[in-house]
Design a binder for this molecule. Structure first.
Ligand code: GUN
Ligand code: FE
Length: 422
């Protein structure tokens, strides 16, 4: 039973009430890939193997609710223009390369290998409109023991001639084949992925909503990201009340299937209610929102309303798969929002950010992102090199130091559902 063990170290996690727990040198008991209990010390009468990582930081894995695997080749490049121009200059030319399976092979190998070495244990990904390359990405993730959702990207209008589906009918046929072929995977699952309303005809949106219902599949897309995008969307879909309504009326907005919408910066009051009423998750992508000049999402308001929120790296609108970068960006943009936009919106704290990166986004994937009984054993073991500290940091300060200065620490082991992947 290599997914059952006892692991000792400094446990840091957030519970379902978003309360932070800091437990020095305790033992996490994992049985068949799930958290069983926390003990004061090893149970040497138990048949479970012991792993002693006393002194190290032991955290739940992080969940990335929004990233584009296909854009990874240019991560860190191109944050010199706004969203719509950025799509044309950087995203579309790179994504078109996945037509060539030998390029897809190299690019997705690099992506999945870097993901394996990251703090992320669950992820919801956009691939491209190419079915075979998207299945290849799923295969690579599965082989490395990585878990999450992968979406074949639907886009049958308003893109570019070299990267656009021919029509809704053939696109839906391709998508249904993708769903059926993806059934061979167990760790990685398909997710319905209209790129955004602008890039999808009504016929395509309607067909995708039907597929999501027929196959009980979750949905992901972009929503209310950038002022120019929102204006253009309203012009193209005059029959709808607002941007969210386009997804809602086409069965792409929560109930009965889980949905995650990236960005949600400019949702009006009615749309905020719709997020709440339909249980839609918001993927907060604070760094991308700055890079492509979209704005600052009102996350404090969403949390106060009980809306589900997680973090998205949004590579390559975001520069990096490292979710600690998003935690830092989230704190910084929320302080700017409080100072410049709404002084009543209390800035998000480091613990708020840690909560969103773990249990906040994790709940999109099930019982993920905490060390409570029954949770999936997604675990990071981190060496923060305490021997080099000049001050006697408490465990809380060590967690803070890691989240703020992840570049000074080493990820020494990573488990997903109790299985060691690094
Ligand atoms: N909206 C539509 N496509 C994209 C994309 O690739 N990245 C971001 N950030 N927004 C989008
Ligand atoms: Fe995105």
């Amino acid at each position: 039973m290599n997914n059952s063990f006892q692991l000792k170290g400094n446990l840091c996690f957030v519970d379902e009430e978003k309360k932070l727990h800091l437990l020095e040198n305790k033992v996490l008991v994992v049985k068949e890939g799930k958290i069983d209990k926390i003990l004061d010390d090893f149970d040497f009468h138990s048949p479970l193997p012991v792993i002693d990582r006393s002194g190290r930081l032991i955290l739940p894995g992080m969940s990335d609710l929004h990233a584009h695997a296909s854009q990874y080749p240019y991560h860190g490049i191109g944050s010199d223009c706004e969203l719509l121009e950025w799509l044309g200059r950087h995203a579309f030319p790179t994504e078109s390369k996945y037509q060539d399976l030998s390029f897809a092979e190299r690019a997705y190998e690099k992506f999945s290998e870097d993901l394996r070495k990251s703090y992320t244990t669950r992820i919801s990904l956009f691939a491209t409109l190419h079915k075979d390359a998207t299945l290849l990405l799923m295969k690579k993730m599965e082989e490395k023991g990585l878990r999450g959702y992968v979406g074949l990207v639907n886009m049958d209008q308003n893109c570019v001639e070299y990267l656009q589906e021919k029509d809704a009918e053939s696109a839906l046929e391709k998508t249904e084949q993708f769903i059926q072929q993806a059934a061979e995977f167990t760790l990685v699952k398909p997710i319905i992925t209209p790129r955004f309303a602008l890039s999808c005809s009504e016929a395509e949106l309607k067909g995708l909503g039907e597929l999501s219902i027929q196959y009980s599949l979750p949905v992901q897309s972009h929503l209310d990201e950038n002022p120019s995008e929102i204006l253009e969307t309203a012009r193209l879909f005059p029959g709808y009340k607002n941007y969210s309504d386009i997804y809602y009326r086409n069965h792409l907005f929560g109930n009965p299937n889980k949905t995650v919408m990236a960005h949600c910066i400019y949702n009006n009051e009615e749309e905020v209610e719709m997020l709440k009423d339909n249980g839609v998750y918001v993927a907060h992508c604070p760094e991308c929102n700055l890079n492509v000049m979209s704005g600052i999402a009102p996350i404090r308001k969403y949390l106060d309303r009980g809306i589900h929120v997680g973090l998205g790296s949004d590579v390559s609108g975001g520069s990096n798969l490292d979710l600690t970068l998003q935690i830092r960006a989230l704190m910084q943009v929320s302080k700017a929002y409080s100072r410049l936009v709404d002084s009543k919106a209390r800035p998000l704290s480091l613990v708020d950010g840690f909560a969103l990166a773990t249990i906040g986004g994790g709940s999109f994937f099930g019982k993920v992102g905490s060390f409570l009984e029954g949770y999936e054993a997604d675990i990071l073991v981190i060496d923060d090199h305490p021997e080099s500290f000049l001050l006697p940091f408490s465990l809380g300060e060590r967690l803070e130091h890691f989240l703020m200065r992840a570049d000074e620490t080493t990820l020494v082991a990573k488990f997903i559902s109790g299985r060691r992947v690094l």
